[in-house]
Structures are given as structure tokens and as C-alpha cells.
Design a protein. Structure first.
Length: 342
């Protein structure tokens, strides 16, 4: 909105000064010749005379508009009012939950899911997809590969209002809860905070991924378009599966996480495989070196997004008991490795 006001002020300045210049064009011509002659500009040096004219034009505008500055400001604020940002508010965090540790855990987990839902929408739009396309398409791959619609929206503003605001509230609530809940719950609270961080990181990856994704899904080069649609499909498919598992009335936590892990493994492309594929299309001049470089960089963002989404889902879909057992298993595994190397 601030940019629109500045653009409006610049337009008014130019229009008013332009009208004055037209009305008093003879006086402007005389002034340009007089100034040019005084500073040693030749009569036929029209480039420098044009610069003199622009200077006189701007000075005239300043002289005329300064006394009207207050009225101009009122006009701009009236017709370009400050737009209130729609900042996401926490739905489940309340200090009343501190009375019962189990309630605190449940509240935080629900709020992190709320953050996931906000991120889901933002990631979908960042990939130029609709949420409904991801969740309801009977053939998701076909939908994505045939879709070339570009979503115009301010991703940075949406990140600040929909993601960062909720994330900050979650981190603050967890920090304040540390003195209110028994230490036995500290590990899961830590994992839930990490799950929220993973969600934020996934959105950041998509912010980086969006520029080239938007560019190349519109490209006439079918090879680079195919590669970027592949990246979009991988992220969308994992989002879809996480949402499906969460919406089931009852699910086996361990089986759900196992299935997601298997899907992530299938979707993630190995670096060697990608390098070989890029080398082949480069050799056949199917894509340019610039396209190849962009794809290699964006592969890392896509791969990071898949990892972030899986890690957050693992924490949110697992129960407290399973998380504790999982942590113990990791510790035992580390001890076994350490013992084997000594």
C-alpha cells in the first residue's frame, strides 16, 4: 500500500507539472535557452538542453507542490487507505491449559497442525496449485503435468501473516510452559517445537523454489517443464498422504509413520540419479546449462521440503509413548555404534 501511495504522489506531481509546462511552454523555452547560455551549453546541444529542461521541470513541480503537501497527503490516505493485514491467530493455545500437562501437549499439537494447514495452502499456491487439486484430484500426476496456471499472490506477506505469526505464538507458548509441566513431557514439547520449525523450513524452501517453478512450467521446453512438474508432484503427493493419514478416524501411529517414510523414500530422487539424467539431456541439447544449474539448485530445495514435511508429520502422528521409545532406540543404536568402534 505504501508503494501505491508513492506511485500516486509521483503521478500527481508529473500531471500537475506537465500541465504547467504545457501552458507556459514559451517561458520554459526561454528559461532553457537563458540557463544554457549562462552555463556555456551550445545552442545546438539539444541533449544538454533537454537535461536543463528536466531540471527546470522538477524544480517547478517542487515549488508548486510543497505548499499543497498536506492536502496531497490527505488525498492519498483517503483514496489509498492502509490495508489491515489478516494475521493468523492461534486457535488452541490458552494459558488455562497449563493446569493440566496433558492438555498443554494436546493444545500445542493441535496448534502445530493448524500451522501445517496454513503451510499446506501456502506451499500449494507457491507451487501454482490449488489445495483442492492436491487433495481431490483422481490423477494427481496428470493434473500437475497438465496444469500451467500461475497463482499471483504475495508469498512473503502470506509467510509473515500466516506462518511466522503462528510459529512465534507456538514457540512462545512452549517456552512459557516449561515451568508449568513435568519434565517427563519436556521431550515431546521439544519435538513439537521442532515439528513447527520443520513446517516453517518447508515453506522457506518453497519460497526459493517458486521462482524457477513458475518460470519453467510455462516454458516451451518440454524437458525442463517435465523436471519441474516432477518436483511439484513429489511435494504435492507427500502433502496429500500426510493429510489423508491425519484425517483417518483411527490409525496405527507406527504404521502411518512407516508408510510415510516409505513414500518419502520413493519420492526423493538420489543425487546420482538426477546428475545422470541431467547429463543425458544436456548431452542431447534438450536443456540449456542454465536450466541444468537451476534444476540442480531447486532439487535441493525440493528434497529439503520432502524431508521437512516427513519429519514434522512423524512428530505429529506419533504418540508420546512411541516418541519416547523411538528416542530410546536411537540412543541404544548410537551406543552400539560407539561400542563397535572402540
Amino acid at each position: 500500500m505504501q508503494g501505491k501511495r508513492l506511485a500516486g504522489a509521483h503521478l500527481i506531481f508529473n500531471v500537475v507539472t506537465g500541465v504547467i509546462a504545457i501552458v507556459f511552454i514559451s517561458q520554459f523555452v526561454w528559461a532553457v535557452d537563458a540557463v544554457s547560455s549562462r552555463v556555456g551549453i551550445g545552442a545546438d546541444n539539444y541533449t544538454m538542453k533537454l537535461a536543463v529542461f528536466h531540471t527546470l521541470f522538477n524544480v517547478t513541480g517542487v515549488i508548486v507542490m510543497v505548499p499543497l503537501m498536506a492536502r496531497l497527503a490527505d488525498f492519498l490516505f483517503k483514496y489509498f487507505p492502509e490495508r489491515e493485514l489478516d494475521v493468523a491467530e492461534p486457535r488452541y493455545l490458552s494459558d488455562a491449559a497449563f493446569e493440566f500437562p496433558e492438555t498443554v501437549l494436546k493444545s500445542v499439537k493441535q496448534e502445530v497442525w493448524h500451522l501445517f494447514d496454513s503451510a499446506f495452502e501456502l506451499i500449494a499456491h507457491g507451487l501454482n496449485l490449488h489445495r483442492t487439486q492436491i487433495l481431490e484430484s483422481p490423477d494427481l500426476k496428470k493434473t500437475i503435468y497438465e496444469n500451467r496456471e500461475v497463482h499471483e499472490f504475495d508469498l512473503d506477506e502470506m509467510y509473515e501473516t500466516k506462518i511466522k505469526a503462528l510459529y512465534s505464538a507456538i514457540v512462545d507458548f512452549i517456552a512459557r510452559s516449561q515451568t508449568e509441566v513435568p519434565s517427563i513431557f519436556a521431550e515431546e514439547m521439544f519435538r513439537l517445537r521442532n515439528a513447527a520449525t520443520e513446517i516453517v523450513e518447508s515453506v522457506k524452501h518453497v519460497k526459493h523454489l517458486r521462482k524457477n517453478t513458475t518460470r519453467y512450467i510455462l516454458s516451451d521446453n518440454e524437458h525442463i517443464r517435465h523436471e519441474y512438474n516432477r518436483l511439484r508432484y513429489q511435494i504435492a503427493m507427500l502433502l496429500r498422504e500426510i493429510y489423508r493419514v491425519r484425517e483417518e478416524d483411527s490409525y496405527d501411529h507406527q504404521l502411518a509413520v512407516k508408510d510415510l517414510k516409505q513414500m518419502k523414500k520413493q519420492l526423493r530422487v538420489k543425487h546420482d540419479e538426477l546428475n545422470n539424467r541431467i547429463a543425458e539431456v544436456l548431452k542431447d541439447d534438450q536443456i540449456t546449462p542454465t536450466m541444468a544449474t537451476s534444476l540442480l539448485n531447486d532439487f535441493n530445495y525440493s528434497d529439503g521440503t520432502l524431508k521437512n514435511l516427513y519429519d514434522c508429520a512423524k512428530a505429529l502422528l506419533s504418540s508420546h509413548t512411541e516418541l519416547v521409545a523411538d528416542a530410546a532406540e536411537e540412543i541404544n543404536l548410537e551406543d552400539d555404534i560407539a561400542g563397535a568402534t572402540t
